[in-house]
Design a protein around this ligand. Structure first.
Ligand code: LIP
Length: 292
């Protein structure tokens, strides 16, 4: 994952050719499984979605559909890529023997799914190395938005695509002209601080949007429906596929203070905008939950 400096995206040689010949097949598998998962949700969405449990807080919900979708994804990966590992939001890490790990979010934007709001997606990615954003090499990914079936795919060195159309390179712009996406965590102390950061940024940007699904936010940057995006608190499964889509559309995905994107902070967009956004977020200590 790029860290705010120009270097070859993960998985691609300096000559720009795909470094890993497995990428095309992995892209196809990611898209096939993400679409099958989307079909499952669309065919079985109940009139009333019930909460099956909660996680980090009373509002961090998991539904029966989250569990069913992750079960389908794991079953299909077991059929198609039996030696690979799987890291999923609901069942955690099941290591594999191949050196590849699939990083999956069965329904990213679960609260949106619960309320019937339009941004909620299946996110399926595959990485080599530890499934840790600080060190993984992203190889392929797919984000499949469930309500409208909009589908983003990307492969290391293979470009980023939306509904089969290759996405053009991002266009840079200044922070004051930028439409910025963000999101908020589930814990009250973190949300309080995140609200202060957003309030401080608001007069400095065109506007702020909060979609409710990180994977969709990331892909909307690649599609230029957002100019940039930042969020503190993302899990590997929230960002694995969408980050590759951004990078393969010529964007940068980074953390603050020269660190890789990850739980502390994820910032993405075209290079100049990312540099300006990182500088603003560093001044606001946006990678901290401490009371101001
Ligand atoms: C969601 C993220 C979103 C964040 C939400 C939540 P989930 O993931 O995609 O960006 O703002 O708080 O974490 O929990 O729906 O899989």
């Amino acid at each position: 994952m790029r860290r705010g400096r120009e270097h070859t995206p993960a998985g691609v040689r300096q000559d720009g050719r795909v470094a890993d010949p497995r990428v095309p097949e992995l892209m196809q598998i990611a898209e096939t499984i993400a679409r099958e998962a989307g079909d499952l949700v669309r065919a079985n969405r109940p009139d009333r979605v019930d909460v099956a449990g909660t996680k980090s807080s009373a509002t961090d919900v998991v539904t029966a559909m989250d569990l069913a979708v992750e079960e389908l994804i794991r079953r299909r990966l077991g059929e198609l890529r039996p030696d690979d590992g799987v890291l999923g939001e609901e069942r955690g890490l099941e290591p594999g023997a191949s050196g590849l790990t699939w990083v999956v979010d069965p329904i990213d934007g679960t609260v949106n799914f619960l309320y019937g709001l339009p941004a909620h997606a299946v996110s399926v990615a595959v990485v080599s190395g530890d499934p840790d954003p600080a060190s993984w090499t992203m190889l392929a990914g797919c984000v499949h938005n469930i309500p409208d079936a909009t589908t983003w795919t990307a492969g290391a060195g293979g470009g980023a695509w939306q509904d089969g159309r290759r996405l053009p390179a991002l266009v840079d712009r200044g922070l004051d002209d930028a439409l910025i996406g963000t999101g908020f965590g589930y814990r009250a102390d973190r949300r309080r601080r995140q609200g202060l950061v957003a309030a401080a940024l608001l007069p400095r940007v065109r506007d702020i949007r909060r979609m409710g699904a990180a994977s969709v936010d990331l892909c909307m940057v690649a599609s230029r429906a957002l100019d940039g995006y930042y969020e503190r608190g993302l899990n590997p499964w929230d960002m694995a596929a969408g980050a590759l889509v951004v990078i393969e559309s010529g964007g940068v995905v980074a953390g603050l203070r020269g660190r890789a994107a990850g739980e502390a902070m994820t910032v993405c967009g075209p290079p100049t905008l990312v540099s300006e956004l990182i500088a603003a977020l560093e001044k606001l200590d946006a990678d901290s939950d401490a009371e101001l």
